[in-house]
Design a protein around this ligand. Structure first.
Ligand code: PLP
Length: 486
């Protein structure tokens, strides 16, 4: 149970405050020595910021082995999130996802997961050698987006793979779609499997009212939570949450396999302060965010052509719930790809949105937004429709193609490779990632069969202006395949 008395504290912030007023002479790193050694950097970032950029020391604790203020701050975070333990992470939610998977999977262990995961999930499989068992998500025909995992499909995957170690759930997807994580957790636990949640887009589930259920409340074992997204902390700061059945000491050791030994106190204090704010004001904050998102959704839907979707998608299974703070908008109705609208918003209207892909855009609404800015977005969208609307013929209408896994990701990634032109790769096995970033969901991952449909999709995404990443070839004209075919 959170209590205002305890959540009112911010131990890392307090310790840093004491430290910078104590006039300690630094003969330790960082070498900029509170900014004195780099005047331009200090001018640019500010004196206070540089004075807080310090290294671990006794009064400030150590992220790799927390025993005092970091431990206290992590315990407060665990309490605020309803978890048994919490770890502060300074290498993004990517590192939290990696630690979560590597804590339950070793080489050749199976993990059940949807394929529409962020690249950090499949990266983890390359690192630890675990083998994916994909539950193909259903596609919403109108929106072209992949939905959550159906309970039946998860059950089937569990029955077919009783030796799997874990089930991973997106809670929610980038677009705001939630699977029935509570029932999936019960099911997985009955079969002795752990449940891991990628909650990169779900921090607010822990604090807002009328939100989809959070992973910890659903009984999941581990959750990677992007505090730097809806939680308001600094970019790259994140939290890994643990349930009651997970050994925190082992997880710490796993985290320390890849974690820096020089954790940034700027990031750590931002986690501490943001946790305090969320615990104290989160409910009010997210009520406002939800209202703003709903206002924008109604206005955008009244323009016509666009479809800003929400809870009406809920179907009790593959869309068990929807995160109504997300302003996800389908753009195909005006004959434009999401990425085209994204580019016009930025280039012509100075509006930067979170992402645009084949058929959708996502405008991220948060505590920092105002109605005035929302109105600017709404009127820009109305004008874009008026000026640029086209015939829909020939538009690709889906974001996702079910992959065929031929080889485990780690084996494919480390195999002998051959670089070939995209059009010559059909029928071969891919050894690297291809994805649009954001959202960073691989179109191809190492070990998957390259098909004509996938190559057409990649070319279409490129043509429309999506930023394609993952391949050795920065232009994504060539792709690495398994040498000697399969
Ligand atoms: C679903 C999902 N998981 C994990 C991550 C990784 O987060 P980070 O960029 O903080 O490493 C992202 C990033 O956008 C994401 O969308």
């Amino acid at each position: 149970m959170k209590t205002i008395q305890t959540q009112n504290k911010a131990p890392i912030m307090d310790a840093l405050n004491d430290f910078i007023t104590s006039r300690v002479v630094p003969f330790d790193v960082p070498g900029h020595k509170r900014g004195k050694g780099n005047k331009e950097l200090t001018w640019f970032l500010g004196e206070r910021c540089l004075s807080l950029d310090v290294n671990s020391m006794k009064p400030l604790d150590n992220l790799c082995h927390p025993v005092s203020v970091i431990k206290e701050a992590e315990d407060l975070a665990a309490e605020a999130f309803g978890a048994k333990n919490a770890f502060f992470m300074v290498n993004g939610t990517t590192s939290a996802v990696q630690a979560m998977i590597m804590s339950v999977c070793k080489k050749n262990d199976k993990i059940i997961l949807p394929r529409n995961v962020h690249r950090s999930v499949i990266n983890s499989l390359i690192l630890c050698g675990a083998v994916p068992v994909y539950v193909n998500p259903e596609l919403n025909q109108r929106l072209g987006i992949s939905l959550g995992m159906s309970l039946k499909a998860v059950e089937q995957a569990i029955l077919n793979n009783p030796d799997a170690k874990a089930v991973l759930v997106n809670n929610p997807t980038y677009y705001g779609i939630c699977s029935d994580i509570e029932s999936i957790t019960k099911l997985a636990h009955r079969h002795g499997m752990k449940v891991l949640a990628d909650e990169a887009h779900g921090t607010h589930f822990y604090f807002g009212k009328d939100m989809p259920i959070s992973a910890m409340a659903a009984g999941a074992d581990l959750a990677a939570v992007s505090m730097h997204k809806s939680g308001g902390s600094l970019t790259q700061s994140s939290i890994l949450l643990l349930g009651h059945q997970v050994n925190p000491h082992y997880v710490r050791q796993i985290i320390n396999l890849t974690q820096t030994t020089s954790g940034s106190y700027l990031l750590l204090s931002s986690l501490d302060i943001s946790r305090k704010k969320l615990a104290l004001d989160g409910e009010d904050t997210f009520k406002q965010v939800m209202e703003m998102a709903q206002y924008a959704r109604d206005e955008i839907n009244s323009i016509g052509g666009y479809y800003a979707y929400s809870k009406e998608l809920v179907n009790g299974d593959t869309v068990f719930d929807f995160d109504a703070t997300k302003l996800s908008i389908n753009t195909l109705g005006i004959g434009m790809a999401g990425i085209e609208v994204y580019d016009i918003l930025r280039d012509e209207y100075d509006i930067q949105i979170e992402f645009g892909d084949i058929g959708n855009i996502l405008a991220y609404i948060s505590i920092g937004d105002s109605h005035k800015n929302l109105e600017r977005l709404v009127s820009a969208l109305a004008e874009i429709k008026r000026i640029y609307q086209k015939d829909k013929t020939g538009m690709l209408d889906h974001e996702y193609i079910n992959p065929t896994v031929m080889v485990a990701p780690q084996d494919a990634f480390y195999a002998e490779k051959q670089l070939v032109m995209l059009e010559d790769s059909i029928g071969e096995i891919c050894t690297e990632f291809v994805m649009c970033y954001p959202p960073g969901i691989p179109i191809l991952a190492p070990g998957e069969l390259i098909t004509q449909e996938i190559i057409d999709y990649i070319k279409y995404a490129k043509e429309k202006g999506c930023l394609l990443t993952g391949t050795e070839d920065l232009q994504t004209n060539k792709i690495n395949i398994l040498k000697g075919g399969h």
